[in-house]
Design a protein around this ligand. Structure first.
Ligand code: ZN
Length: 326
């Protein structure tokens, strides 16, 4: 086994590429990110532009790390979209406007390194299950709240995928029958109320209607990031506080439903909004427990994702461990 893997997390707004060092300690796998390159993908959309952005990031990673392609065991890429696992094709990724992209084939041809393709939430869940907050647990729900809301269901240490491989789409449970439109085409999905982009569009809508917010100065009319939301909350900005609280109400309601329905041992919360704003994590957990049935929530534990921004990057390098370990 070679010493390094490349882990890639291709999300809706950024691509994170990392050299991951592999070790084994007491028969347990260990992973450490030793070099990383992060690039924004906000402007690049579509198969061609995303592919060249990926090449650019990977090439830069080899350059800054001084590690050669021959020293890399495998590439693991986690993508925010629907994946066909065997062929390593991205069937559809709405936020990136990708359709039928044969990413495994493309990366293997370019770098001559074996490539594994994952859905980003699935990779992050594998990372957390093997090396993060889920290490000593069996039945887990991992929920990641960022640009969108995704989740992965783990039963007896195995990811439950469902008949078409799409299980865990908690972002698209319907919380309002006559509600807002969602990027999936349906109406009233949780993601349209509780994701970072939902908070962003609510704040922007209010500003357009003439309400004043510190966000206008913070962002200089660019998009509203988690960092901006945090700064505005700290400054007690009225609009931001209102829409963050609204998002927490919906998110905790969705999680309470999940607790009642699945009664998991552990819920791991991760993603930009959770990692970046402690207040959101703490309030969401408190309210979700309070809203769920007592018998269901009594024993369900909550934890924050421990691998932080690296859950998916590291998880995407753990294929063998995941397949062999349990
Ligand atoms: Zn939806």
């Amino acid at each position: 086994m070679k010493k390094y893997d490349v882990g890639i997390d291709l999300g809706g707004t950024k691509v994170l590429c990392a050299i991951v060092e592999k070790n084994i300690n007491n028969n347990l796998p260990q992973r450490k990110v030793i070099f990383e390159v992060k690039k924004k993908t906000k402007k690049e959309k579509g198969n061609k532009k995303i592919t060249s952005k990926l090449f650019e990031a990977i090439d830069e990673l080899f350059e800054i790390s001084n590690i050669k392609q021959e020293e890399i065991d495998s590439i693991g890429i986690a993508i925010a979209g629907q994946i066909e696992r065997k062929s390593g094709t991205v069937v559809n990724a709405c936020n990136l406007e990708i359709k039928n992209l044969e990413i495994k084939k493309i990366l293997e041809q370019k770098y001559s390194i074996k490539t594994n393709v994952f859905n980003d939430v699935e990779a992050a869940a594998i990372g957390e299950l093997i090396l993060g907050a889920g290490k000593n647990h069996n039945d887990i729900l991992c929920v990641f709240i960022g640009t969108g809301i995704g989740s992965s269901i783990i039963i007896n240490k195995k990811i439950y995928r469902g008949i078409s491989g799409s299980a865990g789409e908690i972002g698209h449970i319907i919380v309002d029958l006559n509600g807002r439109s969602c990027s999936c085409g349906a109406v009233g999905c949780l993601e349209a109320y509780a994701s970072r982009s939902a908070i962003e569009s609510r704040i922007q809508g209010a500003i357009k209607k003439g309400r004043k917010s510190i966000i206008t100065e913070l962002t200089e009319s660019q998009h509203i990031s988690t960092k901006h939301i945090k700064q505005a909350l700290d400054a007690h900005d009225e609009i931001t506080t209102q829409y963050v609280n609204e998002a927490i109400e919906y998110l905790s309601g969705g999680l309470a439903s999940a607790i009642n329905f699945f009664n998991p041992e552990l819920i791991i919360l991760g993603g930009g909004l959770i990692q970046g704003i402690d207040e959101i994590y703490l309030k969401t957990v408190r309210l979700a427990k309070a809203k769920a049935l007592r018998i269901a929530s009594e024993k369900t534990e909550f934890k924050k994702a421990e691998l932080k921004d690296y859950s998916a990057v590291i998880g995407a390098t753990l294929t063998e461990e995941y397949n062999n370990a349990f």
